[in-house]
Write a protein that binds this ligand. Sequence first.
Ligand code: SF4
Ligand code: SF4
Length: 384
Amino acid sequence: MTLDKTLTVNGRAVAFDGERNLLEVIRKAKIDLPTFCYHSDLSIYGACRMCMVEVEGRGLAAACSTPPEAGMRVRTHTDEVREIRKISVELLLANHQQACPTCVKADACQLRDLGRKLGVTEVRFKPTARTMPVDRSTVSLVRDPNKCILCGDCVRMCSEIQGVGAIDFAHRGARACVTPAFGKDLAAVECVLCGQCAAVCPTGAIAPRSETEEVWRALHDPRKTVVAQIAPAVRVALGECFGLEAGALSTGQIAAALRALGFRKVFDTCFAADLTVMEEVHEFLTRRKEGRRLPQFTSCCPAWVKFAEQYYPELLPNLSTCRSPQQMFGAMAKETLPAEYRVAREDLVVVSIMPCTAKKFEARRAEFDPSVARTSAERWLSGR
Ligand code: SF4
Ligand code: SF4
């Protein structure tokens, strides 16, 4: 530890080296400093003011936009900064539709969590929110501007990381909001339905569209036979939600739970992923042999496919013609399982449990209508 790379946080010396701002140094010291608008992958916005700290000799500063300097003496939880955080949360709540019991985010809402941690038991300001229409135009996401706290995370994620820019801030003052251009619905703009905006949204203002009710209805319909496919990422992510160690597999628990709910069988999408890889290799070798367009890009990610269609149509011939694992599995299940279970094709319901909102959109693409030509794997399976 060198002297010129050390500052003091709450009386403790903390070394810094390469951290972009005070916030990163403070978090490195394992001190919990809240933020709504700070993500290390995104540009620094400095709007939510949750990370205010007191810097001796300088006064209050937003830790996210203050570079660390040797010798700084920082205090993170003085009476003044705690009161500022509390007032900021109250102001956000005054402008926020407080529908916690019915909100999809519910227990995972950062605004609710922070309010509780800061001891906010009442909002001392008059409600200022006006009611805006909820955008349910896409099959993947629901956008409820009434729950937006204007942190801008979704806006920066969409433009800086995804390179799309489908949503942005509009209007000023009390009318400020995040919206697609000209107040259009999300389905009417170039959103690729990747869901990354929902992944960073601290509240329920942008959330994946739930299809749980449709699944329950199918499970309770005596004519239907319901099977599930589980994507590889889900078995780890779900385990973490239930408190398992990061990286721990919960495949067995998920399969048992789905069977208990009434699923006839639970399949692993990894099997279909192997088929996709074999198909892709076959396509690659054929392209190479026949001198056709290379390089060959994957078409497994529906958000990437939509992105290429919208922005790089000249690359479409480079995209593999193979179906994604989800679609490969769905087609094969419909081809083989009705005979095995002695049910009509339309009475076999395939539920995909996937980590990506664009998969909802992919499943509904016209190209995957059963009347459209099938892949060679499906022809092989059906013996035609
Ligand atoms: S789903 Fe993706 S493309 Fe659409 S608004 Fe969100 S981040 Fe942007
Ligand atoms: S929609 Fe969510 S992420 Fe976007 S500005 Fe509002 S609260 Fe922040």
